[in-house]
Design a binder for this molecule. Structure first.
Ligand code: NAP
Length: 253
């Protein structure tokens, strides 16, 4: 007896979870990617790439594919798809669980200014030209066109042409090591770091480096998401799925 699981990914956790479930005969898992990065590292397991055309499209996809559970393991800033997952789960009657990693918390020595969105982050950089390390993802860069006076070092996964006058690009994919982040911030004489509160280990070293060098951080808070049942670990998702697999087996499905 297997249950069909639709797993919304685009994160390390999504990929790890799909790999763990792939070896378990109780589950038939499809991992879904938005297809935003140019060089998607395709996993060696069942997956699909591309949007569903909104909540209604997602609901239709769930029903026509016979999925029995929906797991949202998307990025904490991916508010649109997480909202669509809530609406699609309600419309299709399929249970939903959200996997959301905890947010980073400021520690002693951190000089964080938390802001509500990217526009506020651009304003928080101030009027005086500064040397800024932008680690916010390519989709968020237009917000900084409102602050063209700064010198930006932009780190993204994909190459792009920044629409900012004083900007240099650094293409790299995490995880990043503390020693490398320290060297980078010092070499580039970075004065301010801008980050989303992603909460992942893979990119935490930049914050440790900023702490030890006394560099201020503009931290963009997470967007609020539509409420949904939520857990923070892979083990909790596996436990939830095991409960559904057991119930399905009892019903003889
Ligand atoms: P978003 O604004 O919440 O979603 C925009 C649209 O992209 C959705 O409406 C949906 O299109 C499609 N989409 C998003 N995730 C999808 C998935 N896993 N499978 C199929 N379609 C998906 O999301 P985003 O911020 O652009 O992020 C896109 C993807 O990149 C997410 O999967 C997220 O996990 C990953 N990611 C995001 C960030 C970030 O900072 N935002 C960082 C790292 C990774 P339709 O409406 O057509 O279904």
């Amino acid at each position: 007896m297997t249950i069909k699981v639709l797993l919304l990914g685009g994160t390390t956790e999504g990929r790890l979870l799909a790999e763990r479930l792939a070896g378990d005969a109780r589950y038939d898992v499809l991992l879904s990617f938005a297809g935003r990065t140019e060089n998607l590292q395709r996993p060696d397991l069942p997956h699909r790439v591309g949007g569903f055309s909104g909540a209604q499209g997602l609901s239709q996809f769930i029903l026509s594919g016979g999925y029995q559970t929906l797991v949202d393991a998307t990025h904490p800033f991916a508010a649109q798809i997480s909202g669509n997952a809530v609406r699609a789960a309600a419309a299709s009657g399929v249970p939903l669980l959200r996997l959301l990693r905890p947010a980073w918390q400021a520690q002693t020595g951190d000089q964080w200014q938390t802001v509500g969105d990217m526009q506020q982050a651009a304003t928080a950089l101030g009027n005086r030209p500064r040397r800024v390390f932008l680690t916010v993802g390519k989709l968020e860069l237009p917000a900084f066109e409102a602050a063209p006076q700064h010198h930006y070092l932009i780190r993204t996964i994909d190459t792009l042409t920044p629409g900012l006058p004083h900007a240099r690009l650094l293409t790299a994919r995490g995880p990043f090591a503390l020693a490398d982040e320290l060297a980078l911030l010092q070499r580039e004489r970075i004065e301010l770091l801008v980050s989303k509160n992603a909460g992942t280990h893979a990119t935490y070293a930049k914050l440790e480096a900023a702490r030890s060098l006394g560099i201020a951080v503009i931290m963009v808070a997470r967007p609020s998401l539509l409420p949904a049942p939520e857990v923070s670990t892979l083990a909790e998702v596996e436990q939830w799925l095991a409960g559904h697999a057991q119930a399905s087996s009892r019903r003889g499905e």
